[in-house]
Design a protein around this ligand. Structure first.
Ligand SMILES: *[C@@H]1O[C@H](CO)[C@@H](O)[C@H](O)[C@H]1NC(C)=O
Ligand SMILES: *[C@@H]1O[C@H](CO)[C@@H](O)[C@H](O)[C@H]1NC(C)=O
Ligand SMILES: *[C@@H]1O[C@H](CO)[C@@H](O)[C@H](O)[C@H]1NC(C)=O
Ligand SMILES: *[C@@H]1O[C@H](CO)[C@@H](O)[C@H](O)[C@H]1NC(C)=O
Length: 930
């Protein structure tokens, strides 16, 4: 459903400010050029009061041109944050965003779309950030101010709070400032500034002022300094500033009351750890093969190296069958660890995924150890499930698995679910973890996956308390956020907030009861209620901060709860979360922010910002091609001409009818579309950009097609297929055929038995009819994988990952390089290219074989035609024909196809024939996974 809005957004979204490297972008003369559009002031102002961060990004831009210009505002914010305000001031008038229920916003927005107006949106970028993007038309010699506010509670992890701000104005800015002010009543015990903006030439620009309770980090580089850094030049700075700090912990925590709301932070220093029993349940199904299993080995070996000698542990690996390393938990003695290492190294990937049986056995292992008292009475028992896919073997019904696991764990153990990559059903894992006292985490398939795994383990490595209950022994304490926790881990913090309805109280007292390794413990904290003796307002922060923190935490917990409760209760939980989101102006998964904006002095139309969901595929949410540097310091942004998918993407046989395709495009979005969609078809979509706002298109051909404003009933999704073109040796028209596929399936494109070279392509789970990943197998031990985000080389046991476009590898037998949108892999006499196409929201990958000495055995969907084929037309009309090819006579219809093997994505006419009869063995090219 999310797509319904966002897909349409894309169709009408306008590329404006050129990114740092957009070599293939055709200049139509309408984009803002940097000299015309001057960001003269860019400020990020972050204020943190007791871990609650309130950040305002202000960008002031002048249009110095003699005509109106489109001005883009594009910034990144942390995923955990909620946007709480946005405004733009243009022509002396301020337009402020309004938070509304998603459906209400959507209706407003649909109307705007049908009037041909534009919309703004938030999308996920990478692991931790979301991107907010909007644009506005600014009259000649006028200015605009954008202001975005977001809020978040900084979480303590590994003993530190972390605040991350990103700046990428894309030009040198005369007044550029990042300012972070922190006020911590407990006292700041350590603080450091990290990130790309603090390195090398810029290190001297970062000024830090630290007092007992406050810190101020100021980064205000001059224009000259903004040009100084490597790769910056006229594009200005691009990077992040990470502030890491911790507070003093003489007391077990901190209690604050302001204006009837209170917050309770609890993170005591405890010297004795609680022994733990941990069972690792490791997926070794076929999809884990390659880098994932290698990284899992690496992480497990390190974790085994760190495991405490008091701890007990078990190892389970599973595909469709489950292997227990040992039938019982064992102590982490040097001998056992050595044996465990050998077991880890022996885990190889194959087969299907039986999550149910594996987790059940893990739970039984822990329960048996508890029953026969082979582990200490007070110990934390933890299951860590690592999987990269859906259950495909044994019990596969998700509800049934969750019920079984609940039954087996019975709240006696804690289950953490780590979802490796984007083929997992994250919602399923999240629900299962939450139901059993744990959390789910995504492990990103990057070169640092082993570090991510180990990092997660370290968060739960040292339990200090069990069964933590935070109590307030007063009447009049209400609306408490979650207050009982099965474990408190070293390096973390427990936060509880609530309301105080009784204003006759002088002092609020809390009592925390918990189990330590040797005793029942009790901690008390107290705070004065009277505001004048309590929290000092002038310490940077808006006076309502605790109330907002309470709302933030409550909404987050209600959204989690929604996953767990029955359908009847769901509506109620959702309703409360929605109410609070609207009341506090938070853009949450239930709300949208609507901004009515001016557009060329004509009618104004709203823009909508929505929060993307975690479970969405990166490829789906990365509406632009995002080339993420693995360091996370720089991000290049590429905008491609956007157009509708051609017949290839849609898998439609009825490509002759423009109207049918139009309808489908509109129908898929569930909306009526204005001119832009229609205008683009069936012209080659690489030739021009789409523009927002009611303005004429530069291309006269487009005006030949009247707008389609009809409301179109959504049509069912057509069956998925991928269309291949087969050029002919003698005939003018190529043949084409549709391979029926389903998402996630892999096609064998090319195979050379003499050398072992093979090319596989994975059909995107979300991107219909396109490829989301390409795998080039040079030999069994040398494999290159390309996705929209990165290129990975697996070379015997080593793994190397590059973000696009910084790919470069050369050895005697292999070279891998990128030029523009083309990855070239050369080995021996063969060279293979992977082309990256960006269409609408989707990234399509395509592979072509450039040079190759074909043999008679060369196979695969592309390879078997050795680049072309001979055929004869038996009898033909303009729309159909009978074609003799490979000894068969096939019925053919006239069709069109996009030629994805060229960067220009030409649309070409072809004779569409059934794959049976054309292909040597049509069933032989499809397999389950890459
Ligand atoms: C949002 O920002 C505008 C403009 O700065 C301001 O007038 C308004 O009060 C803010 N709204 C909220 C809810 O903070
Ligand atoms: C930079 O912007 C800040 C905040 O808007 C302002 O107070 C300051 O005077 C500006 N400095 C310059 C040199 O323009
Ligand atoms: C908790 O973590 C801190 C900082 O990493 C460390 O110094 C301390 O020893 C740990 N406590 C226990 C009980 O392991
Ligand atoms: C807060 O608690 C009161 C009294 O229990 C209840 O009526 C109200 O709905 C709660 N408000 C929220 C936002 O949970």
């Amino acid at each position: 459903m999310l797509c319904a809005t966002l897909c349409v957004l894309l169709l009408i979204w306008a590329p404006v400010a050129p990114g740092p490297s957009t070599p293939w972008k055709r200049d139509t003369g309408q984009q803002s050029s940097s000299s015309d559009v001057d960001i003269y002031s860019f400020h990020i102002d972050s204020r943190v009061s007791s871990r609650y961060a309130h950040t305002v990004i202000t960008s002031r831009v002048a249009n110095r041109a003699d005509q109106s210009r489109e001005v883009l505002f594009e910034v990144e914010l942390p995923k955990n944050a909620f946007i709480s305000n946005f405004s733009m001031t243009v022509g002396g008038k301020t337009y402020v965003g309004e938070v509304k229920e998603k459906e209400v916003a959507r209706q407003q927005y649909d109307k705007a779309v049908s009037r041909g107006e534009t919309a703004g949106l938030v999308s996920t970028v990478g692991r931790t950030m979301e991107e907010f993007k909007t644009s506005v038309t600014v009259a000649a010699h006028s200015k605009v101010t954008f202001e975005l506010t977001y809020e978040e509670l900084l979480k303590r992890r590994h003993g530190q709070y972390e605040l991350l701000v990103k700046a990428r104005p894309k030009q040198v800015v005369s007044n550029f400032t990042i300012s972070v002010r922190i006020y911590e009543p407990q006292g700041i015990s350590s603080l450091e500034a990290q990130g790309a903006l603090t390195t090398n030439e810029l290190s001297s620009v970062v000024q830090t002022t630290l007092t007992e309770k406050t810190a101020h980090v100021l980064f205000s580089p001059s224009e000259e300094q903004q040009r100084l850094c490597k790769d910056c030049g006229d594009r200005g700075l691009s990077g992040d500033l990470i502030i890491k700090y911790d507070v003093s912990r003489e007391l077990p925590g901190e209690l604050q009351v302001v204006n009837g709301y209170f917050v309770h932070y609890f993170a005591p220093t405890i010297d004795l750890r609680i022994p733990k029993s941990v069972v690792f349940v490791i997926d070794r199904s076929g999809s884990m093969s390659g880098s994932k299993i290698i990284q899992t080995h690496e992480a497990l070996l390190q974790i085994l190296g760190d495991i405490n000698e008091q701890d007990h542990f078990g190892l389970i690996s599973f595909d469709s069958s489950v292997s227990l390393w040992k039938e019982t938990l064992v102590k982490a003695s040097p001998g056992n660890l050595e044996e465990a290492r050998a077991f880890v190294k022996s885990i190889t990937a194959r087969g299907a995924t039986d999550i149910n049986e594996a987790v059940m056995q893990g739970a039984q292992l822990l329960s048996r150890a508890r029953e026969d008292k082979s582990i200490p009475e007070f110990s934390a028992s933890i299951l860590i499930l690592l999987t990269d896919g859906d259950p495909t073997s044994g019990v596969t019904n998700l509800d049934q698995i969750q019920a079984n696991v609940r039954q087996a764990i019975q709240k006696k153990h804690t289950l953490y679910c780590l979802g490796f990559g984007f083929d997992v059903n994250y919602k399923f894992l999240e629900k299962m973890a939450l139901e059993n006292g744990g959390v789910a985490r995504r492990i990103y398939t990057h070169s640092d996956a082993a570090l991510q795994l180990k990092g997660f383990y370290e968060e739960v490595a040292t339990p200090l308390l069990l069964e933590v209950e935070v109590l307030f022994l007063h009447q009049g304490v209400a609306n408490l956020t979650r207050s009982s926790f099965s474990q408190y881990y070293n390096g973390s913090e427990i936060v509880v907030a609530g309301r105080l309805l009784d204003n006759s109280l002088d002092t609020l007292v809390s009592e925390v009861q918990a189990q330590s390794s040797n005793a029942k413990e009790m901690f008390r904290l107290e705070a004065p209620v009277a505001p004048e003796t309590g929290f000092q307002d002038e310490q940077y922060i808006f006076g309502q901060y605790i109330e907002r923190l309470w709302a933030y935490l409550t909404v987050q917990q209600l959204l989690e709860r929604e996953l767990l409760v029955s359908d009847q209760e769901k509506a109620q939980v959702r309703g409360r979360a929605l109410e609070l989101s609207i009341q506090y102006n938070f853009v949450t998964p239930l709300t949208s922010m609507v901004v009515t904006k001016p557009e060329d002095g004509q009618s104004s139309g709203p823009q909508v910002a929505e929060k993307p969901k975690e479970e969405q595929d990166l490829e789906e949410t990365n509406r632009d091609m995002s080339f993420t540097k693995s360091s996370g310091h720089r991000r290049f942004h590429h905008r491609m001409p956007q157009g509708p998918q051609g017949p290839l993407g849609s898998g439609s046989a009825d490509t002759g009818s423009k109207r049918a395709v139009r309808k489908k495009l509109a129908g898929r979005g569930g909306h009526s579309n204005t001119g832009y969609v229609r205008a683009n078809f069936p012209l080659p979509d690489s030739e021009y950009h789409l523009y927002s706002g009611p303005r004429p298109f530069p291309d006269p051909r487009i005006l030949d097609h009247p707008p389609v404003l009809a409301t179109v009933v959504p049509s069912p999704e057509p069956p998925l297929s991928v269309r291949f073109l087969v050029p002919s040796k003698v005939q003018v028209l190529p043949l084409c055929f549709d391979m029926p596929v389903s998402p996630g399936q892999t096609l064998l494109l090319f195979q050379e038995p003499t050398t072992g070279l093979a090319i596989f392509a994975e059909v995107g789970a979300q991107s219909r009819g396109s490829f989301s990943r390409i795998k080039i197998q040079i030999s069994p031990s040398v494999v290159i994988r390309a996705s929209a985000l990165e290129v990975t080389l697996l070379h015997t046991a080593t793994v190397q990952t590059w973000p696009w476009p910084d790919v470069s590898y050369t050895s005697d037998s292999l070279s891998v390089s990128v030029a523009g949108r083309v990855l070239t892999v050369t080995t021996g006499d063969s060279s293979v290219e992977v082309l990256v196409h960006q269409l609408q929201s989707r990234t399509h990958l395509w592979a072509r074989v450039k040079d190759h000495a074909y043999s008679s055995g060369t196979g695969g969907l592309i390879g078997q035609f050795q680049d072309n084929i001979s055929y004869e037309v038996k009898d033909s009309s303009s729309r159909s024909a009978r074609i003799e090819v490979r000894g068969n006579v096939l019925d053919a219809t006239s069709a069109r196809s996009v030629d994805y093997s060229t960067l220009s994505r030409q649309k070409v006419d072809c004779w569409l024939v059934p794959p049976t009869g054309l292909l040597r063995d049509p069933a032989a090219y499809v397999s389950a996974s890459l």
